[in-house]
Design a protein around this ligand. Structure first.
Ligand code: ADP
Length: 487
């Protein structure tokens, strides 16, 4: 079957450059472009959030009179069209009632109370739209719980569409749980779908489980995470159903979009550099120290960085207790993050004790993320679990040496330094333990003071290739196998 005959519709709750809270948006923003370059006829649909409206992307209305059933109501919907920088067509599902809000998922640390309605509406609207447009998807590729209803709808009320579904788990920790009395909103027949082998999860509705159970193929974002989530320690209660579906489950490593994340062309950094010419990195480091008002002496000392959601998943409970010991090694630390207020408070408290050497910048700031990647020496990912992780992949490209816990995609993308051969790209530890993390950091700091070794590490990392060109082909192969099987 010719690749150009393959129609794929991506459904996601966020995508770069339109709306982003984390790595999901990086993936859904760049994977469609990579598939397009392989010849796939791919399109994307996302909700039309306020931020997209205000950013004034060029849009045109393609459907003005769509009607979307939601529970007992039939709600109006409009579909606009725009495109990604790769010229992938993007459908924007417009419902001001649901999406014209300050944020994507919630405000403060509070999710919107009607997120079930918001994303079930999106799922129904995307399928209703697909029936009206001339673009008929062979494969609907859904991402995370927000679109987990779609594979069930395709096995139920939308069966006649004949489309197959792929469901990608970007984080099994977000299960999309809602009380059973809200079942009507799904639009699914109760007897057929609400049971232990279906959408039910311990008496609740789980939209993540819906995606896992009813899709024709399940993927997750790294090979190691695909194995881990089949075990109770990492499966977050979904391990049983994932083991049950293991023949349909595979891990495909996320890619990076090196057109956006590359120190040789990054528009956000002061001086460009590459593996052959590193002087620009020094300029970026000095600029970052000035920008964050950090002690100028840090220019000659290791500058550590974290860019992350402030969440228990990300290992802050390992970092915080070892901070004093860490600063005793005479290092600097920059944290860029948003999320949990308590973690933020603890970080700011530590900053007060180590002023001049530690800076916590709270909020979501994409240009600053680029400047930190370029300016820091070491990048820390001590995650409790990490489905793939993109920041360590970006750090490698910026010659910022990662220190990671060997889990999920961190295990797959960072290779420990081999002192014998000089091979390897970073430092790793395994037990979820602050002192194991500290041991890896101490080793990394020692390597920093060995310039030839350090240069070798940086160069090894900068030459790694985790571009989508490696992984998009795996998705293509999967889509083709589903289409041939006529699933
Ligand atoms: P996750 O998806 O679990 O949040 P990833 O490492 O896969 O983690 O992706 C995180 C993405 O979000 C990266 O592109 C990272 O640069 C970005 N990011 C995270 N926190 C911030 C922040 N506070 N400001 C800017 N970018 C951020």
């Amino acid at each position: 079957m010719a690749v150009r005959d393959l129609n794929v519709l991506f459904l996601a709750s966020e995508a770069v450059p339109f709306a982003k809270t984390g790595g999901l948006a990086d993936v859904t923003g760049s994977l469609p472009g990579a598939l397009k370059r392989l010849g796939v006829n791919v399109r994307l649909a996302i909700p039309f959030y306020r931020t997209i409206r205000e950013a004034a992307f060029q849009t045109r209305a393609v459907l003005n009179d769509l009607h979307v059933p939601l529970g007992r109501e039939i709600l109006p919907c409009r579909i606009l069209e725009t495109e990604t920088p790769d010229k992938v067509p993007v459908y924007l599902v417009d419902s001001p009632w649901f999406y014209d809000r300050p944020s994507i998922y919630g405000e403060g640390s509070q999710d919107y109370g009607d997120n079930m309605e918001r994303f079930c509406y999106f799922s129904h609207a995307a399928l209703a739209m697909s029936q009206r447009l001339s673009f008929r998807p062979d494969i609907i590729h859904c991402h995370d719980w927000q679109t987990g209803l779609v594979p069930a709808l395709l096995k139920g009320p939308f069966r006649q569409m004949g489309a197959s579904s792929v469901f990608t788990i970007h984080n099994v920790g977000y299960k999309g749980l809602f009380p059973e009395w809200r079942w009507d909103i799904t639009g699914l027949p109760w007897e057929e779908f609400f049971h232990a082998e279906g959408v039910e999860y311990w008496g609740l509705i789980s939209l993540l489980k819906s995606g896992i159970v009813y899709s024709d193929a399940v993927t997750t974002v790294s090979p190691t995470y695909a194995q881990e989530i089949q075990r109770p320690e990492y499966g977050m209660g979904m391990d049983g159903i994932l083991r049950h579906r293991q023949v349909f489950l595979r891990g495909i490593l996320n890619g990076a979009d090196y057109r956006l994340w590359n120190p040789s062309s990054d528009p956000h950094i002061l001086s460009h550099y590459g593996p052959e010419e590193m002087s620009g990195k020094k300029v970026c480091k000095e600029a970052l120290l000035r920008e964050l008002n950090l002690d100028g002496s840090m220019a000659e000392r290791p500058l550590l960085a974290i860019i992350s959601r402030l969440d228990n998943q990300k290992g802050f409970d390992l970092l915080l207790p070892i901070l004093d010991a860490l600063f005793a090694m005479d290092v600097g630390l920059v944290v860029l993050g948003s999320g949990d207020g308590h973690i933020q408070w603890l970080l700011q408290e530590a900053e007060r004790r180590h002023s001049g050497r530690m800076r916590t910048h709270t909020g979501f700031d994409e240009p600053l993320a680029h400047r930190i990647l370029a300016g820091a020496d070491l990048f820390l990912n001590p995650s409790r679990y990490e489905p793939c992780g993109l920041t360590q992949i970006y750090a490698l490209k910026y010659g910022t040496v990662p220190v990671v816990r060997g889990t999920g995609g961190l295990e797959d993308t960072v290779h420990p330094l081999d002192y014998g051969t000089g091979e390897g790209t970073g430092f790793k530890f395994y037990p979820y333990d602050g002192w194991a993390f500290f041991g890896a950091l101490r080793e990394a700091v020692a390597a920093y003071y060995n310039p030839p070794l350090w240069r070798r590490l940086q160069t090894n990392g900068m030459h790694t290739d985790y571009s989508w060109d490696r992984s998009a082909g795996d998705y293509l192969e999967l889509y083709q196998s589903l289409k041939v099987a006529g699933k």
